[in-house]
Design a protein around this ligand. Structure first.
Ligand code: NAD
Length: 457
Protein backbone atom coordinates (compact mmCIF):
# COMPACT_ATOMS: atom_id res chain seq x y z
CA UNK A 1 0.00 0.00 0.00
CA UNK A 2 1.28 3.46 -0.91
CA UNK A 3 1.81 5.20 2.40
CA UNK A 4 1.36 8.60 0.78
CA UNK A 5 -2.12 7.85 -0.40
CA UNK A 6 -4.78 10.07 1.21
CA UNK A 7 -6.32 8.23 4.11
CA UNK A 8 -9.78 8.40 2.57
CA UNK A 9 -8.66 6.45 -0.48
CA UNK A 10 -7.51 3.32 1.35
CA UNK A 11 -8.84 0.19 -0.33
CA UNK A 12 -11.57 -1.81 1.25
CA UNK A 13 -12.00 -3.36 4.52
CA UNK A 14 -11.16 -6.27 6.53
CA UNK A 15 -13.47 -5.57 9.43
CA UNK A 16 -16.85 -7.21 9.39
CA UNK A 17 -19.04 -4.83 11.34
CA UNK A 18 -20.86 -2.05 9.53
CA UNK A 19 -19.73 0.38 12.20
CA UNK A 20 -16.17 0.08 10.88
CA UNK A 21 -17.27 2.12 7.88
CA UNK A 22 -16.25 5.73 7.84
CA UNK A 23 -18.24 8.61 6.49
CA UNK A 24 -16.83 8.21 2.98
CA UNK A 25 -18.37 4.75 2.81
CA UNK A 26 -15.04 2.94 3.01
CA UNK A 27 -14.03 0.85 5.96
CA UNK A 28 -11.25 2.10 8.18
CA UNK A 29 -7.83 0.57 7.62
CA UNK A 30 -7.16 -2.30 10.01
CA UNK A 31 -4.60 -1.81 12.76
CA UNK A 32 -1.63 -4.07 13.05
CA UNK A 33 -2.77 -6.62 15.65
CA UNK A 34 0.76 -7.42 16.78
CA UNK A 35 1.91 -3.87 17.32
CA UNK A 36 -1.33 -2.82 18.93
CA UNK A 37 -2.26 -6.13 20.60
CA UNK A 38 -3.40 -6.68 24.20
CA UNK A 39 -5.95 -4.78 26.25
CA UNK A 40 -9.58 -5.22 27.02
CA UNK A 41 -12.01 -6.20 24.35
CA UNK A 42 -15.66 -5.48 23.68
CA UNK A 43 -17.12 -8.85 22.74
CA UNK A 44 -20.61 -8.28 24.15
CA UNK A 45 -22.34 -7.96 20.79
CA UNK A 46 -19.93 -9.98 18.72
CA UNK A 47 -18.06 -6.84 17.68
CA UNK A 48 -14.47 -7.22 18.79
CA UNK A 49 -12.46 -4.12 19.44
CA UNK A 50 -9.80 -3.02 21.90
CA UNK A 51 -9.64 0.35 23.64
CA UNK A 52 -6.82 1.78 21.50
CA UNK A 53 -8.46 0.50 18.36
CA UNK A 54 -11.69 2.24 19.34
CA UNK A 55 -9.89 5.55 19.81
CA UNK A 56 -8.19 5.11 16.44
CA UNK A 57 -11.55 4.31 14.87
CA UNK A 58 -12.69 7.79 15.89
CA UNK A 59 -9.40 9.23 14.64
CA UNK A 60 -9.83 7.54 11.25
CA UNK A 61 -13.44 8.63 10.93
CA UNK A 62 -12.32 12.26 11.32
CA UNK A 63 -9.11 11.81 9.30
CA UNK A 64 -11.20 10.56 6.38
CA UNK A 65 -12.62 14.09 6.15
CA UNK A 66 -9.13 15.60 6.07
CA UNK A 67 -6.33 15.47 3.55
CA UNK A 68 -4.09 13.23 5.67
CA UNK A 69 -1.45 11.02 4.08
CA UNK A 70 -0.83 7.44 5.18
CA UNK A 71 2.58 8.34 6.59
CA UNK A 72 1.10 11.18 8.59
CA UNK A 73 -1.64 8.90 9.90
CA UNK A 74 0.96 6.36 11.06
CA UNK A 75 3.02 9.12 12.68
CA UNK A 76 0.00 10.49 14.51
CA UNK A 77 -1.52 7.27 15.84
CA UNK A 78 1.70 5.49 16.85
CA UNK A 79 2.87 6.20 20.42
CA UNK A 80 6.34 7.73 20.73
CA UNK A 81 7.40 5.61 23.71
CA UNK A 82 5.92 2.88 25.88
CA UNK A 83 7.38 2.15 29.29
CA UNK A 84 6.43 -1.04 31.11
CA UNK A 85 8.09 -1.59 34.46
CA UNK A 86 7.85 -4.10 37.25
CA UNK A 87 7.15 -2.35 40.52
CA UNK A 88 8.03 -4.63 43.41
CA UNK A 89 7.47 -3.48 46.99
CA UNK A 90 7.43 -4.94 50.46
CA UNK A 91 3.82 -5.33 51.59
CA UNK A 92 2.81 -4.70 55.21
CA UNK A 93 2.68 -8.49 55.66
CA UNK A 94 6.39 -8.76 54.84
CA UNK A 95 5.61 -10.49 51.51
CA UNK A 96 6.83 -9.07 48.21
CA UNK A 97 4.11 -7.47 46.10
CA UNK A 98 4.66 -7.39 42.31
CA UNK A 99 2.82 -4.86 40.19
CA UNK A 100 3.17 -3.72 36.59
CA UNK A 101 3.32 -0.01 35.86
CA UNK A 102 2.93 1.68 32.48
CA UNK A 103 3.67 5.09 31.08
CA UNK A 104 2.71 5.64 27.47
CA UNK A 105 3.97 8.77 25.73
CA UNK A 106 1.81 9.18 22.69
CA UNK A 107 2.67 12.44 20.95
CA UNK A 108 4.62 15.59 21.90
CA UNK A 109 4.38 17.65 18.72
CA UNK A 110 2.64 20.47 20.60
CA UNK A 111 4.50 20.27 23.93
CA UNK A 112 5.48 17.88 26.74
CA UNK A 113 3.45 14.68 27.16
CA UNK A 114 0.63 15.24 29.65
CA UNK A 115 -1.84 12.86 31.21
CA UNK A 116 -3.09 11.06 34.27
CA UNK A 117 -1.94 8.09 36.26
CA UNK A 118 -4.55 5.41 36.93
CA UNK A 119 -4.38 2.81 39.73
CA UNK A 120 -6.95 0.10 38.95
CA UNK A 121 -6.93 -3.71 38.57
CA UNK A 122 -8.01 -3.41 34.88
CA UNK A 123 -5.11 -1.18 33.85
CA UNK A 124 -3.13 -2.67 30.96
CA UNK A 125 -0.91 -1.44 28.17
CA UNK A 126 -3.62 -1.20 25.53
CA UNK A 127 -5.92 0.83 27.76
CA UNK A 128 -3.05 3.16 28.75
CA UNK A 129 -2.23 3.57 25.05
CA UNK A 130 -5.80 4.48 24.25
CA UNK A 131 -5.98 6.98 27.13
CA UNK A 132 -2.60 8.48 26.14
CA UNK A 133 -3.78 9.09 22.60
CA UNK A 134 -7.05 10.62 23.87
CA UNK A 135 -4.85 13.08 25.79
CA UNK A 136 -3.06 14.09 22.57
CA UNK A 137 -6.39 14.97 20.97
CA UNK A 138 -7.82 16.51 24.16
CA UNK A 139 -4.92 18.91 24.76
CA UNK A 140 -5.20 19.95 21.10
CA UNK A 141 -8.99 20.49 21.27
CA UNK A 142 -8.58 22.93 24.17
CA UNK A 143 -5.42 24.34 22.57
CA UNK A 144 -2.96 24.04 25.46
CA UNK A 145 0.76 23.48 24.84
CA UNK A 146 0.96 19.79 25.68
CA UNK A 147 0.96 16.43 23.96
CA UNK A 148 -0.61 13.24 25.26
CA UNK A 149 0.54 10.66 27.78
CA UNK A 150 -1.03 8.30 30.28
CA UNK A 151 0.12 5.82 32.86
CA UNK A 152 -1.15 3.38 35.33
CA UNK A 153 -0.55 0.50 37.62
CA UNK A 154 -2.57 -2.69 37.72
CA UNK A 155 -3.29 -2.66 41.42
CA UNK A 156 -6.40 -2.31 43.55
CA UNK A 157 -5.76 0.73 45.74
CA UNK A 158 -8.77 -0.10 47.95
CA UNK A 159 -6.90 -3.18 49.22
CA UNK A 160 -3.60 -1.36 49.87
CA UNK A 161 -2.62 0.41 53.08
CA UNK A 162 -1.50 4.03 52.83
CA UNK A 163 2.09 2.89 53.40
CA UNK A 164 1.87 0.31 50.60
CA UNK A 165 0.39 2.92 48.24
CA UNK A 166 3.21 5.33 49.06
CA UNK A 167 5.93 2.69 48.56
CA UNK A 168 4.33 1.63 45.28
CA UNK A 169 4.20 5.21 44.01
CA UNK A 170 7.76 6.03 45.05
CA UNK A 171 9.11 2.83 43.50
CA UNK A 172 7.24 3.55 40.26
CA UNK A 173 8.76 7.05 40.11
CA UNK A 174 12.14 5.45 40.80
CA UNK A 175 11.67 3.37 37.66
CA UNK A 176 10.49 6.15 35.31
CA UNK A 177 11.93 9.43 36.69
CA UNK A 178 14.33 9.92 33.78
CA UNK A 179 11.41 9.92 31.35
CA UNK A 180 9.14 12.40 33.16
CA UNK A 181 9.64 16.02 34.24
CA UNK A 182 8.31 19.57 33.67
CA UNK A 183 9.59 19.70 30.08
CA UNK A 184 9.16 16.00 29.23
CA UNK A 185 6.04 14.37 30.64
CA UNK A 186 3.79 15.60 33.44
CA UNK A 187 1.52 13.08 35.24
CA UNK A 188 -1.74 14.01 37.01
CA UNK A 189 -4.49 12.22 38.98
CA UNK A 190 -6.94 9.80 37.37
CA UNK A 191 -9.03 6.88 38.65
CA UNK A 192 -7.58 5.55 41.92
CA UNK A 193 -5.03 8.34 42.41
CA UNK A 194 -5.36 11.71 44.12
CA UNK A 195 -3.50 14.78 45.36
CA UNK A 196 -1.65 12.72 47.99
CA UNK A 197 -0.25 10.38 45.32
CA UNK A 198 0.83 13.44 43.29
CA UNK A 199 2.60 14.87 46.38
CA UNK A 200 4.60 11.62 46.73
CA UNK A 201 5.51 11.81 43.03
CA UNK A 202 6.79 15.39 43.41
CA UNK A 203 8.78 14.46 46.50
CA UNK A 204 10.32 11.33 44.96
CA UNK A 205 11.16 13.10 41.70
CA UNK A 206 12.99 15.80 43.72
CA UNK A 207 15.33 13.15 45.17
CA UNK A 208 16.69 12.49 41.67
CA UNK A 209 16.35 15.89 39.96
CA UNK A 210 15.89 18.57 42.66
CA UNK A 211 12.91 20.82 43.37
CA UNK A 212 10.59 20.85 40.33
CA UNK A 213 6.95 21.14 41.39
CA UNK A 214 5.91 21.42 37.71
CA UNK A 215 6.89 17.74 37.23
CA UNK A 216 3.36 16.68 38.24
CA UNK A 217 -0.04 18.41 38.55
CA UNK A 218 -3.05 17.81 40.77
CA UNK A 219 -0.91 18.27 43.89
CA UNK A 220 -2.40 19.42 47.22
CA UNK A 221 -3.02 23.19 47.21
CA UNK A 222 -0.71 23.61 50.22
CA UNK A 223 2.08 21.79 48.34
CA UNK A 224 2.32 23.73 45.06
CA UNK A 225 -1.04 22.55 43.78
CA UNK A 226 -3.55 24.91 42.17
CA UNK A 227 -6.75 26.29 43.52
CA UNK A 228 -9.65 24.76 41.61
CA UNK A 229 -7.74 21.71 40.28
CA UNK A 230 -9.57 19.09 42.34
CA UNK A 231 -12.97 20.26 41.09
CA UNK A 232 -11.77 21.25 37.61
CA UNK A 233 -12.88 18.23 35.56
CA UNK A 234 -16.36 18.08 37.11
CA UNK A 235 -16.72 21.86 36.89
CA UNK A 236 -15.74 21.69 33.22
CA UNK A 237 -18.32 18.95 32.59
CA UNK A 238 -20.99 21.20 34.11
CA UNK A 239 -19.88 24.13 31.92
CA UNK A 240 -19.96 22.02 28.75
CA UNK A 241 -23.38 20.56 29.67
CA UNK A 242 -24.62 24.14 30.16
CA UNK A 243 -23.28 25.22 26.76
CA UNK A 244 -24.73 22.19 24.95
CA UNK A 245 -28.12 22.59 26.65
CA UNK A 246 -28.08 26.23 25.54
CA UNK A 247 -27.72 25.09 21.92
CA UNK A 248 -30.73 22.82 22.44
CA UNK A 249 -32.77 25.75 23.77
CA UNK A 250 -32.59 24.52 27.36
CA UNK A 251 -30.99 25.66 30.61
CA UNK A 252 -29.39 23.56 33.34
CA UNK A 253 -32.07 24.77 35.74
CA UNK A 254 -34.92 22.28 35.71
CA UNK A 255 -33.05 19.74 33.55
CA UNK A 256 -32.68 16.21 34.97
CA UNK A 257 -29.27 14.48 35.15
CA UNK A 258 -28.12 10.91 35.84
CA UNK A 259 -24.44 10.51 36.73
CA UNK A 260 -22.68 7.14 36.60
CA UNK A 261 -19.60 7.23 38.85
CA UNK A 262 -19.51 9.39 41.96
CA UNK A 263 -15.76 9.85 42.37
CA UNK A 264 -13.77 13.00 41.79
CA UNK A 265 -15.29 13.89 38.41
CA UNK A 266 -18.87 12.70 38.97
CA UNK A 267 -19.27 14.30 42.40
CA UNK A 268 -17.96 17.72 41.33
CA UNK A 269 -20.04 17.63 38.14
CA UNK A 270 -23.09 16.87 40.32
CA UNK A 271 -22.25 19.69 42.71
CA UNK A 272 -21.83 22.33 40.02
CA UNK A 273 -24.90 21.23 38.06
CA UNK A 274 -26.88 21.24 41.31
CA UNK A 275 -25.63 24.79 42.01
CA UNK A 276 -26.81 25.82 38.52
CA UNK A 277 -30.30 24.54 39.35
CA UNK A 278 -29.95 21.11 37.71
CA UNK A 279 -31.97 18.23 39.15
CA UNK A 280 -29.68 15.28 39.84
CA UNK A 281 -32.13 12.38 39.85
CA UNK A 282 -29.69 9.43 39.83
CA UNK A 283 -26.09 8.76 40.82
CA UNK A 284 -24.09 5.57 41.23
CA UNK A 285 -20.67 4.21 42.10
CA UNK A 286 -19.03 0.79 41.98
CA UNK A 287 -21.27 -0.39 44.86
CA UNK A 288 -24.69 0.61 43.47
CA UNK A 289 -26.93 3.55 42.69
CA UNK A 290 -29.52 5.99 44.02
CA UNK A 291 -32.62 7.55 42.50
CA UNK A 292 -34.89 10.37 43.60
CA UNK A 293 -37.25 11.77 40.95
CA UNK A 294 -37.49 15.06 42.87
CA UNK A 295 -33.70 15.51 42.87
CA UNK A 296 -30.98 14.32 45.25
CA UNK A 297 -29.69 16.83 47.80
CA UNK A 298 -26.03 16.84 46.69
CA UNK A 299 -24.75 18.67 49.80
CA UNK A 300 -26.27 15.99 52.04
CA UNK A 301 -25.11 13.18 49.73
CA UNK A 302 -21.52 14.49 49.87
CA UNK A 303 -21.64 14.36 53.68
CA UNK A 304 -22.88 10.77 53.49
CA UNK A 305 -20.16 9.78 50.97
CA UNK A 306 -17.44 11.44 53.10
CA UNK A 307 -18.42 9.11 55.96
CA UNK A 308 -19.56 5.93 54.16
CA UNK A 309 -17.14 6.10 51.16
CA UNK A 310 -20.04 5.11 48.87
CA UNK A 311 -23.42 6.48 47.77
CA UNK A 312 -25.35 3.37 48.83
CA UNK A 313 -27.18 3.80 52.13
CA UNK A 314 -27.98 7.50 51.60
CA UNK A 315 -31.42 7.99 53.18
CA UNK A 316 -32.60 10.73 50.76
CA UNK A 317 -33.08 8.45 47.71
CA UNK A 318 -34.11 4.92 46.66
CA UNK A 319 -31.57 2.24 45.82
CA UNK A 320 -31.19 1.32 42.12
CA UNK A 321 -28.64 -0.71 40.18
CA UNK A 322 -26.03 0.73 37.88
CA UNK A 323 -27.88 -0.77 34.90
CA UNK A 324 -31.09 1.02 35.98
CA UNK A 325 -29.27 4.32 36.10
CA UNK A 326 -28.09 3.99 32.51
CA UNK A 327 -31.47 3.10 31.03
CA UNK A 328 -33.96 5.25 33.00
CA UNK A 329 -35.67 8.21 31.30
CA UNK A 330 -33.62 11.36 32.01
CA UNK A 331 -32.64 14.49 30.10
CA UNK A 332 -28.86 14.20 30.39
CA UNK A 333 -26.82 11.07 31.06
CA UNK A 334 -23.25 11.60 32.28
CA UNK A 335 -20.94 8.56 32.36
CA UNK A 336 -18.20 9.50 34.87
CA UNK A 337 -16.70 6.12 35.79
CA UNK A 338 -14.62 3.90 33.51
CA UNK A 339 -14.28 3.35 29.76
CA UNK A 340 -16.19 0.93 27.53
CA UNK A 341 -19.63 1.39 29.14
CA UNK A 342 -21.92 1.85 26.14
CA UNK A 343 -22.12 -1.09 23.72
CA UNK A 344 -24.73 -1.57 20.99
CA UNK A 345 -27.27 -3.25 23.28
CA UNK A 346 -27.12 -0.53 25.89
CA UNK A 347 -27.09 2.23 23.27
CA UNK A 348 -30.50 1.02 22.06
CA UNK A 349 -31.88 1.10 25.62
CA UNK A 350 -30.63 4.52 26.71
CA UNK A 351 -33.55 6.95 27.14
CA UNK A 352 -31.59 10.15 27.72
CA UNK A 353 -31.82 13.04 25.22
CA UNK A 354 -28.17 14.04 25.60
CA UNK A 355 -24.96 12.30 26.68
CA UNK A 356 -22.02 14.22 28.10
CA UNK A 357 -18.91 12.04 28.40
CA UNK A 358 -17.18 12.87 31.68
CA UNK A 359 -15.31 9.54 31.67
CA UNK A 360 -12.62 8.74 29.11
CA UNK A 361 -13.73 6.37 26.36
CA UNK A 362 -17.16 5.37 27.71
CA UNK A 363 -18.68 4.80 24.25
CA UNK A 364 -17.73 1.98 21.85
CA UNK A 365 -17.89 3.02 18.17
CA UNK A 366 -20.87 0.74 17.51
CA UNK A 367 -22.80 2.52 20.28
CA UNK A 368 -21.69 5.90 19.00
CA UNK A 369 -23.22 5.09 15.60
CA UNK A 370 -26.47 4.03 17.26
CA UNK A 371 -26.65 7.24 19.31
CA UNK A 372 -26.07 9.21 16.11
CA UNK A 373 -28.77 7.28 14.25
CA UNK A 374 -31.17 7.79 17.18
CA UNK A 375 -30.46 11.55 17.20
CA UNK A 376 -28.98 11.52 20.70
CA UNK A 377 -26.10 14.03 20.71
CA UNK A 378 -22.91 12.89 22.47
CA UNK A 379 -20.51 15.53 23.74
CA UNK A 380 -17.20 13.62 23.46
CA UNK A 381 -14.72 13.02 26.27
CA UNK A 382 -11.92 14.96 24.56
CA UNK A 383 -14.03 18.09 24.95
CA UNK A 384 -16.35 17.41 27.90
CA UNK A 385 -13.75 16.30 30.46
CA UNK A 386 -10.91 18.57 29.34
CA UNK A 387 -11.38 20.89 32.35
CA UNK A 388 -8.93 18.83 34.40
CA UNK A 389 -6.06 19.18 31.98
CA UNK A 390 -6.87 22.85 31.42
CA UNK A 391 -6.41 23.59 35.13
CA UNK A 392 -3.41 21.23 35.23
CA UNK A 393 -1.95 23.55 32.60
CA UNK A 394 -2.66 26.53 34.89
CA UNK A 395 -0.98 24.65 37.78
CA UNK A 396 2.09 23.95 35.60
CA UNK A 397 2.26 27.63 34.58
CA UNK A 398 1.98 28.77 38.23
CA UNK A 399 4.71 26.31 39.27
CA UNK A 400 7.03 27.55 36.51
CA UNK A 401 6.30 31.16 37.51
CA UNK A 402 6.56 30.36 41.25
CA UNK A 403 3.40 32.40 41.58
CA UNK A 404 -0.09 31.58 42.76
CA UNK A 405 -3.33 32.55 41.00
CA UNK A 406 -6.54 33.09 43.01
CA UNK A 407 -9.51 30.75 42.50
CA UNK A 408 -11.59 33.45 40.76
CA UNK A 409 -8.88 33.80 38.08
CA UNK A 410 -8.62 30.02 37.61
CA UNK A 411 -12.40 29.67 37.27
CA UNK A 412 -12.62 32.61 34.87
CA UNK A 413 -9.79 31.33 32.66
CA UNK A 414 -11.13 27.77 32.73
CA UNK A 415 -14.60 28.92 31.73
CA UNK A 416 -13.17 31.04 28.90
CA UNK A 417 -11.15 28.06 27.57
CA UNK A 418 -14.03 25.57 27.83
CA UNK A 419 -16.66 27.85 26.29
CA UNK A 420 -14.34 28.86 23.47
CA UNK A 421 -13.39 25.23 22.72
CA UNK A 422 -17.03 24.14 22.80
CA UNK A 423 -17.94 26.89 20.34
CA UNK A 424 -15.18 25.94 17.87
CA UNK A 425 -16.15 22.24 17.99
CA UNK A 426 -19.89 22.93 17.78
CA UNK A 427 -19.49 25.33 14.83
CA UNK A 428 -17.26 22.85 13.00
CA UNK A 429 -19.81 20.05 13.54
CA UNK A 430 -22.53 22.25 12.04
CA UNK A 431 -20.37 23.47 9.18
CA UNK A 432 -19.09 20.03 8.19
CA UNK A 433 -22.31 18.14 8.97
CA UNK A 434 -20.54 15.73 11.35
CA UNK A 435 -20.99 14.63 14.95
CA UNK A 436 -19.43 16.60 17.79
CA UNK A 437 -16.92 13.76 18.26
CA UNK A 438 -15.82 13.79 14.64
CA UNK A 439 -15.58 17.58 14.71
CA UNK A 440 -13.46 17.50 17.88
CA UNK A 441 -11.12 14.91 16.34
CA UNK A 442 -10.92 16.92 13.09
CA UNK A 443 -9.94 20.03 15.03
CA UNK A 444 -7.35 18.11 17.07
CA UNK A 445 -5.86 16.28 14.07
CA UNK A 446 -5.50 19.60 12.24
CA UNK A 447 -3.71 21.20 15.19
CA UNK A 448 -1.38 18.27 15.89
CA UNK A 449 -0.73 17.76 12.18
CA UNK A 450 0.08 21.44 11.71
CA UNK A 451 2.55 21.30 14.61
CA UNK A 452 4.20 18.23 13.04
CA UNK A 453 4.47 19.94 9.67
CA UNK A 454 5.88 23.17 11.14
CA UNK A 455 8.23 21.52 13.62
CA UNK A 456 9.29 18.57 11.49
CA UNK A 457 10.00 15.13 12.87
P1 NAD B 1 -12.41 8.22 40.78
O1 NAD B 1 -11.59 7.04 41.12
O2 NAD B 1 -12.32 9.41 41.67
O3 NAD B 1 -13.94 7.84 40.64
C1 NAD B 1 -14.41 6.79 39.86
C2 NAD B 1 -15.84 6.49 40.29
O4 NAD B 1 -16.41 5.52 39.43
C3 NAD B 1 -15.93 5.91 41.71
O5 NAD B 1 -17.05 6.49 42.35
C4 NAD B 1 -16.17 4.43 41.45
O6 NAD B 1 -16.85 3.80 42.53
C5 NAD B 1 -17.05 4.53 40.22
N1 NAD B 1 -17.17 3.30 39.47
C6 NAD B 1 -16.23 2.38 39.15
N2 NAD B 1 -16.77 1.38 38.45
C7 NAD B 1 -18.08 1.68 38.32
C8 NAD B 1 -19.18 1.02 37.70
N3 NAD B 1 -19.03 -0.12 37.05
N4 NAD B 1 -20.39 1.61 37.76
C9 NAD B 1 -20.57 2.78 38.40
N5 NAD B 1 -19.57 3.44 39.00
C10 NAD B 1 -18.35 2.89 38.96
O7 NAD B 1 -11.98 8.63 39.28
P2 NAD B 1 -12.19 10.02 38.56
O8 NAD B 1 -10.92 10.77 38.67
O9 NAD B 1 -13.46 10.63 39.01
O10 NAD B 1 -12.30 9.55 37.04
C11 NAD B 1 -13.55 9.12 36.48
C12 NAD B 1 -13.44 9.16 34.97
O11 NAD B 1 -13.12 10.48 34.54
C13 NAD B 1 -12.34 8.26 34.38
O12 NAD B 1 -12.79 7.75 33.15
C14 NAD B 1 -11.19 9.23 34.17
O13 NAD B 1 -10.29 8.79 33.18
C15 NAD B 1 -11.95 10.46 33.73
N6 NAD B 1 -11.22 11.71 33.91
C16 NAD B 1 -10.73 12.07 35.12
C17 NAD B 1 -10.07 13.30 35.24
C18 NAD B 1 -9.59 13.80 36.57
O14 NAD B 1 -9.15 14.97 36.62
N7 NAD B 1 -9.66 13.05 37.64
C19 NAD B 1 -9.86 14.11 34.11
C20 NAD B 1 -10.39 13.70 32.89
C21 NAD B 1 -11.07 12.50 32.80
Amino acid sequence: MDQNQPISSYPCPVRVSSVARNSSGLADPPLDPVRFGGGWVNVGTGFQMRAFEATNHYFDKAAARLDLTGNMRTLMVTPDRELRVEVAIEMDSGQIGNFIGYRIQHDNARGPFKGGLRYHPDVDQDEARSLASLMTWKTAVVDIPFGGGKGGMNCDPSTLSKGELERLTRRFVGQIHDFIGPDKDIPAPDVGTDAQVMAWIMNEYAKFHGFHPACVTGKPVELHGSEGREAATGYGVALIAREMLGKLGRTVAGTTFAIQGYGNVGSFAALHLHQLGGVIVSVSDAFGGLHNPGGIDIGELDKHVAAARKVVGFPGADAITNEDLLTRPVDVLIPAALGGIFDATLAREVKASLIVEAANGPTWPEADDIFEARGIPVVPDILANAGGVVVSYFEWVQNLQHFRWPLEQIRREQERKMVESFKVVYDMALRKGVSLRTAAFMLAINRVGRARVLGGI
